[in-house]
Design a protein around this ligand. Sequence first.
Ligand code: IYR
Length: 222
Amino acid sequence: MSDPRFVPLDTHVEYAPEEMLRRAAAFRKRAARRRTVREYSDRPVPRAVIEECVRAAGTAPSGANHQPWHFVVVSDPGVKARIRVAAEQEERAFYGGGAPQEWLDALAALGTDEHKPFLETAPYLIAIFAERYMLRPDGGKVKNYYVQESVGIATGILITGLHNAGLATLTHTPSPMNFLNKILDRPPSERPFLLLVAGYPAEGARVPAIHRKPLEEIATFR
Ligand code: IYR
């Protein structure tokens, strides 16, 4: 058993109740402005912004603090083109009979189809991989815990960070997406979690008219 090492919690900031509420409401309003965007501009985005957002994602809590994530930031047009070809191939199968009708009906309101031009137009695709296990230098496997939860939380922080910086995102999940391991040269220990598209919305971009459930519907206080 190793001795746990502790340091003082010197990063915590507390606010008076009114200030807490003001901040919580301001964050809620900003969060509510986020929309999933499917039409992108090809305007370049500074890489440093993406780096900061990925750093923020890397602060997520994780099972046993194993930080079981890897982010591949793709801006190379050739790589984006390969990802688009592979994703559209999967999506053609999905929309062309692979998906149950119930699923297709559920997606109808979003107006999605097998065409994914944004995979080439947007300046960045961030492929997020979940590390199922870590490899020790001697080749032994180290188990990771709560991988889905950990990577999901990190992805949420990434999306929020990008939104906070003024960028639009799309969580894209071509299924299956094992092709990402091949194209992006990631080991079998990593499972593609999702493909995050990031950039500026296209001029005149439109989004589906959606409704968000009110607090009473999503929460119970007791
Ligand atoms: N992966 C497909 C289908 C799709 C599935 C869900 I659930 C969505 O919320 C949206 C799309 C696609 O990207 O089109």
